[in-house]
Design a protein around this ligand. Structure first.
Ligand code: DUC
Ligand code: ZN
Ligand code: ZN
Length: 471
């Protein structure tokens, strides 16, 4: 064989299965050798004493997704993937979102235009199905699944996106027949509307009341219903962005009954609480308005337990980037508005991996292998990207993170997204990616970002290779 392009020496390699000491030999962007004393390569990196994990896969993030005006996402594929890379993520899966009345194909074509030549890291697409017409169900979706758009999100809330139970059953049937992964946003829409009307009537419209309009009960009820709908169709589902105990209990119940319920959670449910939406009527709480809302400290512990014991299969950011001080963001048309008009979502692509590595692995809450499983391997398996992505193995893409265990304080000025705040400002971490490699090339060295728009490749999704285990 010709000389290796790159050897990473003396790495403490972590996969979802194992942790072992090895050199990593890379040729043409692919891992071709693992072992000690690998032959000399054109380029060498000494990773002595440092952990090397697979690059992160953020299986739930929103980039340059068309929004109802005046809202506009702050990150596009350029700034979003730049930020992801600097936080150790090498693949993102944002959403091609169908607008009601539009074909999904049109949404996919438009989304490719937005991504083409812009991404610094690899990317795949989920679909959002908001208008499951007969043509969508019988023709469009099956064709798109065959072409590698094999996962889609459906919503039980949000007027412009939500499906009723019959529509959900129709869409789940397509997922079953054609082997796609259905992700479900589980909150009861009618309860949210009813509570919102009551809060408005009482003049309770500050950002913090967003959390009051979406208590855990509304997530619990919808989670239970989603599980029942999945059981009726006999198809696996992935409940996304699970926030706390009540939804967790429903998922545990489903799993205990042998139902195929996968689950995702996000950093905001470990590191934020409803108090971050404000204790008074200050508008600053708008920065943390997301759905479901963050809960309380006790619920954070429930989420940690679920990460540790395998209830959660994936840990994603749900990065939904809106500037705080912007008429396109949290202040629509420049105004401090009632909570129901605040665009939902918080930024988190860059901080997802460091937060979980620092507080999870170094904080002694989860093992290194569990970290790899949650941030990379299981997303690759869920969306049909494994083993090309999501592991450190011969034949896999050389998407790698070399970790620096050092004190870092999260400050928005040091992040690389285009959002004017981070909800995690001031949190002290014990680690940050010292180097991120995409297919063998250094894209982040701990200080500098080596961007190359268009370096990121589009990845077709495939058949899931993960099953929900009893927990
Ligand atoms: N909730 C979502 O469902 N999507 C984006 C952001 C959010 O808060
Ligand atoms: Zn959602
Ligand atoms: Zn989302």
């Amino acid at each position: 064989m010709d000389a290796l392009d790159l050897v990473i020496r003396h790495a403490r390699v972590a996969t979802a299965a194992d942790t072992f000491d090895s050199d990593i030999g890379i040729k043409d962007g692919v891992i071709v050798m693992l072992g000690k004393n690998l032959p000399k390569a054109t380029k060498e990196i000494d990773a002595a004493g440092r952990v090397v994990t697979p690059g992160g896969i953020d299986g739930h993030c929103h980039l340059d997704q068309p929004m109802p005006p005046p809202a506009k996402m702050a990150d596009n594929f350029d700034t979003g993937t730049r930020s992801a890379a600097c936080g150790g993520t090498t693949t993102v899966i944002p959403f091609a979102s169908q607008v009601k009345g539009q074909s999904i194909r049109a949404a996919v074509d438009d989304y490719h235009q937005r991504a083409n030549g812009q991404a610094h890291i690899d990317y795949s697409f989920h679909l959002i199905v908001s208008d499951p017409t007969p043509d969508v169900l019988q023709n469009e979706l099956p064709a798109l699944i065959r072409e590698g758009y094999s996962s889609f999100k459906i919503y039980m809330t949000y007027d412009d996106l939500k499906l009723d139970d019959g529509q959900i059953l129709d869409v789940l049937s397509v997922a079953r027949t054609h082997g796609a992964t259905a992700m479900i946003h589980a909150e009861n829409s009618d309860c949210i509307e009813w509570l919102t009307r009551r809060l408005e009537a009482a003049g309770q419209t500050a950002p913090r009341f967003h959390a009051h309009s979406r208590p855990m009960l509304v997530e619990r009820e919808a989670t239970h219903r989603a599980i029942a709908l999945s059981q009726l169709v006999d198809v696996p589902i992935l409940i996304v962005h699970v926030s706390g105990r009540e939804a967790v209990e429903q998922i545990r119940w489903g799993r205990a009954h042998g139902l195929k319920i996968l689950a995702e959670t996000c950093p905001q449910y470990l590191f934020l609480t409803a108090a971050d939406l404000g204790l008074d009527d200050s508008y600053l709480g708008a920065k943390c308005v997301c759905s479901p809302p963050p809960r309380d400290k006790a619920n954070q512990e429930v989420i940690w337990d679920g990460l540790n014991d395998g209830l959660f299969t994936v840990f994603s950011s749900d990065h939904a980037p809106f500037n705080y001080d912007s008429p396109e963001g949290k202040k629509p048309e420049g105004k401090e508005v009632d909570f129901k008009y605040i665009p939902n979502g918080i930024p988190g692509l860059e901080t997802r991996m460091p937060l979980l590595y620092s507080e999870g692995v170094l904080g002694g809450r989860i093992t290194l292998s569990k970290f790899v499983e949650l941030t990379s391997t299981n997303a690759a398996k869920t969306y049909g990207l494994h083993p090309r992505k999501g592991t450190i193995a011969i034949g896999s893409d050389a998407d790698l993170v070399i970790w620096d265990e050092r004190a870092v304080t999260i400050q928005n000025t040091n992040l690389h997204h285009a959002v004017d705040y981070t909800p995690y400002e001031g949190i002290e971490l014990k680690a940050w990616p010292g180097m991120t490699l995409l297919r063998g090339e250094v894209v982040w060295d701990g200080t500098h970002f080596y961007g190359q728009k268009g370096r990121g490749q589009f990845l077709r999704g495939g058949t899931p290779t993960i099953t929900a285990k009893r927990v």
